[in-house]
Ligand binder design. Structure first.
Ligand code: GLU
Length: 339
């Protein structure tokens, strides 16, 4: 993972963010520093995604107090793709609870590509990782509802609550993926054969394909991330979407699985939970502080947006977001504490 941000110093993780004007100018700086990065390739295995303009680029930070900072193409809509997995997972955790979801789906990285079939075979049919296709399809099968229409409606309204506005399906993306998703259908059939999906697997894949086709902007992703950073309350609408415990569980999963088989490198460089999608979106969460949404279609070989990773790495450093970056308790503070 090449997230080289030059000699930018890592600020320590503190209780809050710098003041509004500083965050505003650092978001602008992240955009300017990374806009000319030319690495990566636009996804084309879903045919319509290949039409994306590789120059599109947006960076957005939504703070838990509801302030939003955006630079670049923050109003352009694109399909959420794999990022939907994080939020559908949170909705399923909210309804089924911590233990049931951990048992049924699993919480570990498979270390294999997002659409791997071998990962299922190697684990006796256990999907393991809710952030790649097998685990995500098994998760979508757990969304409450008597019919696939009801399950879809729960996903559409739940993800809209995270974004704070009604999200809509991109019908062109949906059709393009529905016509070419034989591999996801095979994954669902395989899961069925292991007793991991109780519903009609093809109906589940259809709902999963729709959830991946929901249109979002980088600003939406930032607000969705900020909702997970804010104990489950959308900081813009003020409405609770999921519980604080569900946010904690979802963020733990994202920290270890959010960047496909590059998740270790992601955590090592950026030190935050995040999730990327093949249309070029990326959401990152700084617990108690903010959500970061970026959009830029060219991807690294694992499927993560190249500019998005670099801009997020920069913001993680300058805003002091890396949760592993502590600083020594000062002598003066110890004396003040009387120790
Ligand atoms: N809809 C895509 C698929 O299932 C999502 C992949 C991704 O963003 O990783 O292939």
């Amino acid at each position: 993972m090449d997230v080289d941000v030059g000699d930018v110093a890592q600020q320590a993780y503190t209780g809050g963010l710098p003041e509004w004007t500083e965050v505003e100018s650092l978001v602008e700086a992240a955009y300017r520093r990374c806009r000319s990065e030319s690495g990566g390739v636009v996804a084309d295995y879903i045919p319509v995604l290949a039409q994306a303009d590789p120059d599109w680029f947006a960076v957005c930070v939504a703070e838990v107090d509801g302030s939003v900072h955006a630079a670049g193409d923050a109003g352009i809509e694109f399909s959420i793709q794999s990022i939907s997995k994080a939020f559908v997972y949170a909705l399923v955790c909210e309804s089924l609870g911590h233990d049931a979801v951990a048992d049924r789906i699993g919480v570990n990285n498979t270390g294999l590509p997002f659409n791997s079939v071998i990962a299922i075979e190697l684990n006796d049919g256990h999907p393991m990782n809710p952030m790649v296709n097998a685990g995500a399809i098994a998760t979508t099968a757990l969304v409450p509802g008597a019919t696939s229409v009801e399950r879809w409606s729960a996903i559409e309204s739940g993800l809209s609550e995270f974004a704070g506005r009604p999200l809509q399906v991109d019908e062109t993306v949906y059709q393009s993926e529905a016509q070419t998703n034989q591999r996801n259908r095979a994954i669902a059939r395989l899961l069925e054969s292991y007793g991991r999906i109780d519903l009609d697997p093809l109906e589940v894949v259809d709902v999963y394909t729709r959830q991946c086709s929901l249109r979002v902007t980088a600003t939406d992703l930032a607000v969705m991330g900020a909702t997970l950073a804010d104990g489950g309350v959308n900081p813009v609408t003020g409405r609770r979407v999921v519980s604080a415990g569900v946010c904690r569980d979802t963020l733990a999963i994202l920290a270890s699985t959010g960047a496909y088989e590059r998740s270790g490198e992601w955590l090592f460089e950026i030190g935050l939970p995040g999730k990327s999608g093949v249309a070029g979106g990326l959401v990152t969460i700084a617990p108690g502080k903010a959500g970061i949404g970026t959009f830029s279609p060219p991807l690294d070989p694992a499927g993560n947006s190249v500019r998005g990773q670099r801009a997020t790495a920069y913001l993680s450093r300058v805003l002091g977001l890396n949760i592993f970056a502590s600083q020594a308790h000062t002598l003066a503070a110890r004396r003040k504490d009387g120790r």
